[in-house]
Design a protein around this ligand. Structure first.
Ligand SMILES: [Zn+2]
Length: 330
């Protein structure tokens, strides 16, 4: 664990801290977010005080990605939820989106720092530690995954960036530099096994003992995991983020039994029935669509954002820290 005082914090204590953050976030939204001021006022909440605390969050309206998109204009291509001034914004990522038009994701310096903090906890949950070497296939590019690269620095890894499409260079680095970890998408991790087999390279005998996968769903599913674990001779763990909310919010630990919330304190997670939108009780074993709320965000915070990801919630103790959820995407 990278931050035991945070990651090992009893959940009721975390909820109390999050409740205070949430109330401050709501006040910020009423002050700075034209989108949420209108949306909440229309829903009958005239002020942050009227909207209450986390215990009442399910009374507030959900946010659909399409609503945000509908507020984008030539003058404000980011959307009506933009709260920060241009001078406060230090990074703008974009998502590819399904409609062809990118969505822009602005971050202030504190937003970016929080993203990197959460992401570093999620990746460190896998067991990688400062001083170890890790090859990665992530391109910084326009996508939020670029922020994960800063998380590798935060952990203190010796990061060996290879980018995508450099298979020979990556395999040479594995052979010559002896990294303990490889950080890849699940599909690329699988491709490299085939690539190695075709060239009689014994990947399972390499120095890599941990393969960290992210960027695509399914990396933590037992049916997927068996093959890369055998092919790499390594433990495979998954990390997951939601582009609009944060990079690598969750990460799997060595127990390989669901992901922990690395972004503790930065986001609040809820489950809803995807058909009705009604909140689901957060009991152990609960399933539903993940709905996320920023707690300390500044540039373009989201409230009760529908992720369209379906997850299973686990609340039992884990040998490393408290378990929050095991996303099993459908
Ligand atoms: Zn754990």
């Amino acid at each position: 664990m990278l931050a035991p005082e945070v990651e090992g914090r009893p959940w009721p204590e975390q909820v109390a801290i999050d409740d205070a953050s949430y109330r401050a976030q709501l006040a910020y939204l009423f002050d700075r977010s034209a989108f949420y001021r209108d949306k909440l006022t229309s829903a009958g909440f005239a002020s942050a005080e009227a909207a209450g605390g986390l215990a009442d969050i399910a009374l507030l309206p959900l946010t659909e990605k399409s609503e945000i998109r509908a507020t984008c204009t030539p003058d404000n291509p980011i959307g009506g939820h933009l709260c920060a001034t241009p001078s406060e914004i230090v990074r703008i990522y974009s998502t590819s989106g399904t409609t062809g038009t990118p969505s822009y994701i602005p971050l202030t310096a504190s937003d970016l720092d929080n993203w990197v903090t959460g992401s570093s906890r999620s990746y460190a949950a896998s067991g990688v530690t400062a001083g170890q070497r890790a090859v990665s296939s992530y391109n910084a590019g326009p996508f939020v995954a670029g922020a994960a690269i800063e998380a590798f620095d935060r952990i203190g890894l010796c990061h060996i960036p290879l980018g995508t499409g450099n298979t020979e260079r990556l395999m040479s680095a594995v052979e010559l530099l002896g990294p303990e970890a490889a950080i890849l998408t699940p599909s690329y991790a699988a491709y490299l096994i085939e690539w190695a087999a075709e060239r009689d390279v014994d990947l399972a005998a390499s120095s890599v003992t941990r393969v960290l996968v992210a960027g695509e769903p399914g990396g933590g599913e037992p049916a997927f995991r068996a093959k890369p674990e055998a092919g790499w001779g390594a433990r495979v763990t998954e990390a997951m983020g939601i582009g609009d909310i944060g990079v690598s919010l969750w990460g799997e630990c060595e127990e390989q039994d669901g992901m922990h919330l690395g972004a503790r304190g930065f986001i609040h997670a809820e489950l809803i029935d995807p058909e009705t939108g009604v909140a689901v009780e957060l009991d152990d074993g609960a399933t539903g669509e993940l709905v996320l709320t920023h707690l300390q965000h500044r540039a373009a915070p989201l409230l009760r954002f529908r992720t369209r990801d379906h997850v299973l919630l686990r609340l039992g103790e884990c040998s490393c820290a408290q378990r929050l959820s095991h996303p099993a995407r459908e």
